[in-house]
Design a protein around this ligand. Structure first.
Ligand code: HEM
Length: 482
């Protein structure tokens, strides 16, 4: 579906709808409905229906106690208004990673790391160039190292299924993601952290993001979680020693990144704090949700999809002499489309934020709205990715959706890496610099799985924001052809 992007002059200019309620009570009520009573997507959907608009106002966080100056945000829940978040001439991205709340810099050695910087900040460009260089330099080993780590997860799943009749994919996959990233980026063997790297990173992430996360207590206890955990930020000293160990492992690794950083005028300390966040928060948090989502949605896709994936993958690998390469991954249109469709159904980074730099007009499908300088925009990716005016049968998982010329055109309306899928990461934008690396890892996980198995069955549990779905593997059917 072709849509022109700037239609603001053709559309009626309307007031942004949204009832924010009473001071203090309004934010509490919105927060309870959003987090507990209705759920994120249901809350936003119900307000969209009430206001008959994909753009509206809501309160996101409770402003009084946590260090949030203002809880009001403007929700963008369609695929045409969303890209305003990437127009850096019009919006600020400073401290906008997780909304109008930014954890204390004491979680990252006193530095504000790159993910919280606006592209206009000189440091942001330098750090992003550094990451792009690092990811390009590891491309030759990304596939062989990942194959070893994925293979070890499959061995464990098989052993558990044989012994107990089921296996938890989440635990093995999460731990593997941490160990794989540390190994492939910095040659850090899991034993260097006494195999405790994943637990250390999980604690560090948990404590810093607790004010916006849920620990999954039963619904009737939600007031306990909200009062205790979402009212005051958690102090960083609780995870200081975990953080220090990861920091030291990277600091003492032989990565050439520090030499590159020196050339850019960045200190080793600041670089290292950024590398911990890049690995432990950006890369791990993205992969954690996405690896789980891949298994979940491929399971939902069913046996016919499994057959088609196995045929495509085995055919390409066989014609390449049995070796998987970056080039062979490119020759698998169904595998590529399935990975995109999983990103669409369950975008790992659900929420995208930015602050308006100036008064401006933003447009959704049927109307334009005036936004004032300083207002916070909140793009809700799970609904933008299911915009019915762009994606046919938006709530259905269709593995072939992004195949062919028409399918590929849709990628322009996919923002899962913080920009259009068709836009490359550069020092001056906020597109995820790990975009290509993440896609290779995801495609490779699917490839390695279907080289080894014909099909599988699983139980799918709850989805938890920032962490992902629970996937319990019940059966694994070994490959019967090659
Ligand atoms: C499916 C997995 C992933 C998804 C969906 C994802 C998505 C994102 C998003 C949405 C952002 C922007 C956050 C914001 O500014 O609002 C981001 C930033 C970032 N991502 Fe990813 N990411 C993924 C995996 C990775 C991987 C594997 C790496 C490393 C190889 C990585 C490295 C980064 C870095 C360093 C940033 C911060 C960029 C900056 O400083 O501006 N990500 N990612």
């Amino acid at each position: 579906m072709a849509l022109s992007d700037d239609r603001s002059s053709e559309l009626p200019l309307k007031e942004i709808p949204g009832d924010l309620g009473l001071p203090v009570l309004g934010p509490i009520s919105d927060r309870y409905h959003y987090n507990y009573l209705e759920g994120h997507t249901e809350f936003i959907k119900s307000r969209m229906e009430e206001y008959n608009s994909t753009i509206f106002r809501m309160n996101l966080l409770f402003a009084e106690f946590i260090n949030v100056p203002d809880p009001r945000v403007i929700v963008l829940a369609d695929a045409v208004s969303f890209p305003i978040l990437f127009d850096h001439s019009k919006v600020w991205k400073k401290d906008a990673l997780i909304g109008n709340y930014a954890p204390s810099t004491s979680f990252t050695g006193g530095y504000r790391v790159s993910a919280y910087l606006d592209p206009s900040d000189e440091k942001h460009g330098k750090l992003k160039s550094l990451y792009l260089g690092l990811f390009a330099s590891i491309h030759h080993k990304l596939i062989p190292v990942s194959q070893t780590f994925f293979g070890a997860v499959f061995d464990k799943l098989e052993a558990d299924v044989a012994a107990k009749g089921e296996a938890s994919f989440n635990t093995y996959s999460d731990d593997m993601a941490v160990n794989l990233l540390l190994q492939v980026f910095f040659d850090i063997d899991p034993a260097k952290l006494r195999n405790k790297g994943p637990a250390m990173l999980n604690r560090w992430l948990g404590v810093q993001f607790l004010p916006i996360a849920s620990v999954g207590l039963p619904k009737w206890l939600s007031w306990v979680e909200d009062t205790l955990l979402h009212t005051f930020p958690c102090p960083s000293f609780l995870v200081k020693s975990d953080y220090q160990k990861i920091y030291d492992a990277i600091y003492t690794s032989s990565t050439p990144v520090f030499d590159e950083a020196k050339k850019l005028g960045l200190s080793k300390e600041e670089t290292c704090h950024n590398l911990v966040f890049m690995t432990g928060a950006n890369a791990y948090a993205g992969c954690r949700v996405h690896f789980r989502a891949l298994m979940k949605w491929i399971h939902i896709g069913g046996e016919n999809l499994h057959k088609d994936l196995a045929n495509e993958i085995r055919g390409v690998v066989k014609s390449g002499g049995g070796v998987v390469t970056l080039a062979s991954l490119e020759k698998m249109p169904l595998t590529k489309s399935v990975v995109y469709e999983v990103l669409r159904m369950e975008p790992p980074a659900e929420n995208h934020y930015a602050t308006a730099k100036e008064d401006m007009v933003i447009s959704s499908h049927g109307a334009s709205f005036q936004v004032k300088k300083g207002e916070v925009l909140f793009g809700y990716q799970p609904l933008a990715a299911r915009d019915p005016k762009i994606f046919e049968n938006p709530n259905e998982f269709i593995g072939t959706r992004f195949m062919g010329e028409e399918g590929e055109k849709l990628l322009r309306y996919c923002y899962w890496f913080n920009e259009r899928q068709t836009v490359d990461p550069i020092p001056d934008n906020k597109q995820c610099p790990g975009k290509d690396t993440a896609l290779v890892l995801a495609r490779l996980l699917v490839v390695e799985f279907f080289l080894r198995y014909d099909t599988f069955t699983a139980d799918i549990g709850n989805f938890v924001t920032l962490i992902g779905s629970t996937v319990t593997i019940k059966t694994l059917t070994k490959a019967t052809s090659d």
